[in-house]
Design a protein around this ligand. Structure first.
Ligand SMILES: *Cc1c(COP(=O)(O)O)cnc(C)c1O
Length: 383
């Protein structure tokens, strides 16, 4: 069949890969254990020599595997591993691929909990430098001989800064550094980080991909661009796999089998249902957010509107070039910040809640000083 469209691909994915009784959805497999007629097959699944099998649900089920296939195809990658939350996906990626003495360069404009995790990495002996990733020179200057990884978010939450995604990808490619891109805000419907040379793509499935605010999940996708064969931190037992498989195999074995932040089949199913309307939702949300941005820009009480779809946004050009829309994430500053609580309380429709990427409009106040210009602490409030 010809290459399918984005939404067509998602809605036919379960059927096309074969499902019981012709069901159009993958069933919710609740088994924890998977039994075999011959013990050799159990051993084969354990050792990874028998492909596609399941043994214990901590490492995946047919339902989570179906969602993994969907995310892989949306991101045009070679494989995906799902986790119980987006933070679990990021944590597993860092902890399974970095060791004490390694160096990580991260954008300083990242989700608050990710920033907190960078602090945890430091306590474990990983050197972390946070940089202004909107300027590729800042990234370049931070790179050292022991730099293993560069981490950025496509559109930073909540300040909407956009890193110089393509230029950073080029630098990482030239120097053999793993380039990890958190695509949560844009999602593959607006942007595929593989296009700028990403090695691994993170998605919080909780947010844009599920879209309904009724399930938690996270994913890491290997784009197939990175040479894991040359990456020093792959354990000897995973070197037996092909170059492409080594990175994800280590993340699955160490991140799911050992650390255990596994996605349940029920949540995987709920996320898969939400994903069917992904393209429609992000298009509508981007249109709505742009209309709202224009309205807020013209309002006399509003100081600054931070939205990558506005021409005065510092990275408007990058957003136009790389993204199909400017997303649903919008921030604004009041001329009189002291009135913030009063203004937020006066809003009737937006729900005062922490969270992102829901079908409903949510609003949360963040300390204004930290929103646009980070004062050097590298800290942004968590959403
Ligand atoms: C929310 C968020 C995460 C974490 O996702 P959870 O599923 O809530 O753990 C990671 N990155 C970004 C950019 C986010 O907005």
């Amino acid at each position: 069949m010809d290459k399918q469209g984005f939404t067509t691909g998602i809605v036919h994915a379960d059927r096309n890969t074969g499902s019981d009784h012709g069901g159009i959805h993958q069933p919710i497999h609740t088994s924890v254990q998977y039994g075999f007629d011959r013990v050799e097959d159990l051993i084969g699944v354990f050792q990874g020599t028998k492909k596609g099998g399941f043994n214990y649900a901590r490492q995946g089920t047919p339902t989570t595997a179906a969602l993994e296939r969907k995310i892989t195809s949306l991101e045009e990658g070679v494989g995906t591993i799902c986790f119980s939350t987006g933070m679990a996906a990021i944590t597993a990626t860092f902890l399974t691929l970095l060791r004490a003495g390694d160096h990580l360069v991260s954008s300083r404009y990242v989700f608050g909990n990710t920033n907190s995790l960078l602090g945890t990495l430091r306590t474990l002996g990983v050197e972390v430098t946070t940089v202004d990733a909107c300027d590729v020179e800042d990234v370049k200057n931070a790179i050292r001989p022991n730099t293993r990884m560069v981490f950025v978010e496509t559109i930073a939450n909540p300040g909407t800064q956009i890193p110089d995604l393509r230029a950073i990808g080029k630098v990482c490619g030239e120097r053999g550094i793993a380039y990890v891109v958190d695509n949560t805000i844009t999602s593959p419907a607006l942007f595929k980080p593989k296009a700028v040379g990403a090695s691994l793509v993170i998605n919080s499935l909780t947010k844009t991909i599920a879209g309904h605010g009724a399930a938690l999940g996270g994913a890491v996708t290997d784009t197939g661009l990175f040479d894991w064969g040359a990456y020093p931190n792959i354990a000897h037992e995973y070197r037996r796999s092909t170059m492409r498989e080594q990175g994800l195999l280590q993340i699955r074995k160490k991140g799911l089998r050992d650390m255990g932040a596994s996605l349940s089949s029920e949540q995987a199913h709920s996320i898969a249902l939400g994903a069917e309307t992904l393209a429609l939702r992000v298009k509508q949300c981007s249109d709505n957010a742009l209309a709202l941005a224009h309205f807020l820009e013209g309002h006399k009480a509003i100081g600054k509107v931070l939205y990558p779809g506005l021409k005065n946004h510092p990275q408007y050009g990058i957003a136009q070039e790389l993204f199909k829309g400017a997303s649903w994430l919008l921030s604004f500053e009041l001329i009189d910040p002291k009135r913030m609580i009063e203004v937020v309380n006066a809003l009737e429709l937006p729900i005062k809640a922490t969270g992102l990427g829901d079908t409903r409009t949510l609003i949360i106040p963040v300390r204004q000083k930290n929103v646009w210009v980070d004062e050097g602490s590298g800290r942004l409030p968590s959403a």
